[in-house]
Design a protein around this ligand. Structure first.
Ligand code: ZN
Ligand code: ZN
Length: 129
């Protein structure tokens, strides 16, 4: 069994023209499982010839037949894919909790001021942890 993220990657790589064996190697799964997944989901070699649909929502994507296939129907789907597969280039923000003074990190919230919900509520109530 492959995870949701792995399946998403399989679709992306198939659209880029990678073979079952290349994908199997990258995901560290068997050739057979990649191939059968591709066959069951319309990504066999024959079907990939004219393939172009959004890897996230499956909507057809316009593709002239030349150059690189587009993998996303919209910026939104592109964002979803990148968030799901991008694990190494996340920006972390460092903060000091304004209630308890503990240092903490967040991945997305530049302005977070408290390390936890408890600290947030305590600070509003004027209680110091
Ligand atoms: Zn889409
Ligand atoms: Zn705190």
């Amino acid at each position: 069994m492959m995870t949701k993220t792995e399946k998403m990657k399989v679709r992306a790589w198939r659209i880029k023209g990678e073979s079952y064996s290349e994908i199997a190697e990258k995901l560290n799964v068997t050739f057979g499982s990649v191939r059968s997944y591709c066959y069951r989901n319309g990504m066999s070699d024959a079907e990939m010839k004219n393939y172009s649909s959004c890897i996230i929502c499956g909507k057809p994507v316009e593709w002239s037949g030349k150059g690189l296939r587009r993998m996303y129907c919209s910026q939104k789907c592109r964002g979803i894919y990148r968030r799901a597969t991008d694990t190494c280039s996340k920006t972390t923000y460092r903060h000091v909790c304004q209630n308890c003074g503990k240092e903490f990190e967040t991945l997305s919230n530049k302005k977070q001021r408290f390390c936890s919900r408890a600290c947030f509520y305590n600070s509003r109530r004027g209680v110091v942890a």
